[in-house]
Structure formats: structure tokens, C-alpha cells
Write a protein that binds this ligand. Sequence first.
Ligand SMILES: Cc1ncc(COP(=O)(O)O)c(C=O)c1O
Length: 348
Amino acid sequence: MGMIDLRSDTVTQPTSEMRRAMAEAEVGDDVFGEDPTVNRLEAMAAERMGKEAALFVASGTMANLVSALTHCQRGDEMVLGTDAHIFVNEVGGVAAMGGIQVKAIPNDSRGKLDPETVEQAIRPDGLHFPSTGLVCMENTHNRGSGAAFTAQEMGAVTEVAHAHGVPVHLDGARIFNAAIALGVSPSSLAAEADTLNFCLSKGLSCPVGSVVCGSAEFIAKARKTRKMVGGGMRQAGVLAAAGVFALEHMVDRLAEDHDNAKRLAQGLAQLPGVVIDPSQVQTNIVIVEMMEKPPLEFISELKERGVLANYNLGRRVRFVTHHGINAEDIDEALDASEAVIRGKAHAG
Ligand SMILES: Cc1ncc(COP(=O)(O)O)c(C=O)c1O
């Protein structure tokens, strides 16, 4: 029996057309700037995000790291929310590799930063203080149940940062999900940050890759940082071809993932001891709180019934919809969840 894998949208597999595009990609040595497919992907990404230039990197983690290292000096401080992926899930890379001190400030349950709290976190000039080198936002917000923030919400934070001369980076791993949920262009959200990255290897179904976007000057510096962290790739057009294909063909369908996530949330909300407000599900991430059954037990029993979900710390279990999941899979996942919650015997 095939598993219904709702652990993450990173489990998506390249489609056969995408694989064909990869196999047929025109390539060159990208460290020499000679890979036409990488150059094409970078130009497309910059154009979609309304920025001057872009840089193809291996992963979202590398994109955030390269961006932070390029914005900040060693000893600088970087302001972000306590639930930010960079703070929680990226192995402390900015501290380990960049000597950057993270100032994590409370965000709300959706991952939103309060502009006033951001302002208070920005250091004044002074002999004793670290310099605030960067403010980071995340849209959609992973630990915030895939919340999508409007340009206006982002802009309020950016205004404060810029008023203090501090640049803003957007971890836009799922920026296309945010744009689709809000019915706006990704560039209108990207406009509220100096730099951003987005991931190709999540809902867009590519096997590898993320793209950093920003000014031509920033991207030239980031290119050097990428080389420093070992991210200079050679005939990377084979990978970039998947990205080109994804930007052309895989973006609009993300709306289906959002519909499936809502369907899942509505079903889960009916189950006793499972807390979720389906009206809060905006994109492809559904996080429930298990009030009675221990989350790890729930996940393990679900697995026995062919459904995979992810533990999200505390009482939280996360489900993510994606290209490999359709409405029938959601209904099966709901049946399995109900059976586990109601403690029905499992035939094996
Ligand atoms: C918001 C966010 N940023 C960054 C990343 C890191 O991406 P990668 O797994 O490609 O390193 C993720 C991965 O899930 C993410 O959700």
C-alpha cells in the first residue's frame, strides 16, 4: 500500500515533464557564470519577484544563511521571531558560521511580528551594543500554520527597520503559496523586503534548490558568499531546469493544495481532542493540537494506517498538502485519523 505522505511538501517528486526538462537542459560551468539554464532561472526569478538579480542555491537553509552572511558582519545582531524557521530549524547556522547573534522576539501564534516589538529590539548606537544588521520575516509562516501575511502587514515591520537603517530579509520559502492565498503577485510581497528567498523544492516539486533575490549589488556579494560556503555548483543547469519548469507550470496549482488543506482541517476539527480552527488555514499547512492523545502516539498509529504526519513540538502535529496529494487522499487520511482517535482496532 502506498503511504499518504503529509509530513511536508518537500516530499514532492519531480514530474515526468520536469525530469525531461532536466535531462535535456543546456548546461555550462555556473561558477564561471556560463550555465545558460541557471542564468535563465535566475533572470526569471528576479523578474517574478521584482528584484534586479537572483542567485540559485542548494536549499532554503543555504539561501537564508547566504543572505544573513551577506547582510551582516560578525558580531551583528539579527532580529527575528521565536518561531522563525531560521531560529528553530536551521541548526544555528547564522551563529555558527557567521558569528551573528540572534535576537529572537515573540511573534503571535501565526508567526506575525509586531512592528513596535521589532522597533524595541533594534539596538541604539552605543559603544556597548551589537549593531542590528538585519530584520527577518517569514511568509508564509511554517510554524504559524502556513499563515500568509499581506504586503501591508509586512510593510509595517519594514518601515520600522528602514527608519533605523536596518535591511529586511524575507524567508519566502513558500512565497508563492502566500501570493496565491492572498490573490496578489509575489512581487507585491517581495517589494516589502530588501532581499528574499523562495524554495523550488517544496510545493513547486523540484528535487533541489532555492533562489535568493535582491539588488544587483547584493546578489554579486551573495554570489561570493555562496562560493565561500561551498555552494558554487558547476553544471547546475540540470537542477535549474526543474526550477524553470516549476515557475512556468507548477505555481498556479498550489491553490489545489490550499483547498485540500482546508478540507483536511475541516475534517480534523470534528474529531474529539483535536484542536484546529479551519478558518485559520490559509495555505497548505495544517497544525493541530492534540489535547488528549499524545502526539507521537497519534503519529505512530496513523503511520500503521498508511498516513504520515510530522511532530511539531509540544502537543502539535503538522500535516502539509502538496502535489502528491489529492482530495481522496485527504478523505483517507481523515478516516485513518478518526479511527486512531476513536481507538478502533486496526486489522494490520
Ligand atoms: C520557512 C522555511 N524556510 C526555510 C526552509 C529551509 O529549506 P530547506 O529544507 O530547503 O533547507 C524551510 C523548510 O521547510 C522552511 O519551511
